[in-house]
Ligand binder design. Sequence first.
Ligand code: UDP
Length: 322
Amino acid sequence: MKLLVTGGAGYVGSVCAAHLLEAGHEVVVLDDLSTGHRDAVPSDATFVEAELGAGAGEVLAAGGFDGVLHFAARSLVGESVTEPEKYWSGNVLASFRLLEAIREHAVPRLVFSSTAATYGEPDRVPIPESAPTLPTNPYGASKLAIDHMITSYATAHGVAATSLRYFNVAGAHVAGDVHLGERHAVETHLIPLVLQVAAGTRESISIFGDDWPTPDGTCVRDYIHVDDLADAHLLALQHATAGRHDVYNLGSGHGFSVLEVVEACRAVTGHPIPAVLTPRRAGDPAVLVAASDRAAEQLGWKPSRTELQRIVADAWEFARGR
Ligand code: UDP
């Protein structure tokens, strides 16, 4: 298939672009490099440096596209609270313009990066797709708004659409010389922060609270390897049905605590990794674990890189190579 990958210079987008190319697809990456990296774009992809809102229409006007995989987004929860305008503009408005370009140029398929943040504080875990969607910050709200737009475009205009709701994406794509991983200018994610300590660029890791209602008192998250996530995108492309918008949670169904993550990083790196207890971070739910049965049943997706040590080892391989 000929595919447009928006945000293909970012973490998940670049890994998915690599998987798509390995599977024999033709890939055009659209990215404004506001947070992505030019050198993360796989060399076999065509690269267009442009903003999503304006750029997508120009790229799709060339014709012949079989689908769009839409990763480009702002994704900092804290920033979304203090500067929500960036999220309504950069996520919702830009995605609306992408959808309009998809309609205008009759692109048949769309796969969208949605998020567990659309659910907000869950009333039960593991979280199924039928759970209430009550996002607790503008980031999650912006992604949910896009999900709603996509549903309406699938219904009205026949797009075969899929939203994939990621839980905690982690690890790296390590294949020969190609190493693609997490490299954010503002890093907020646990595993890369812990590995910065092991790499000597950070003194210690903060543990955001140890009085949560969890077995060891620290927050529990469902860490999913980025290569497993990429597999789901390829399956979503195959299974998409015209006029339908399917939503799938992507997680392993198993939660790890912050302390378990730090321990795994110590085991993988051999570094003592000093940890400092700090107050809870506002807005953090205690436990987020996915029920991904729907993706298993309907897409045939089964994550295979679910061991925490494996996920951390790949992230460390990537971090060491920087
Ligand atoms: N966390 C932490 N210290 C940090 C960063 C994160 O204790 O320096 C915790 C955070 O409270 C959450 C988990 O690690 O429970 C994962 O956080 P991350 O920001 O990676 O992902 P989120 O679950 O917020 O999307």
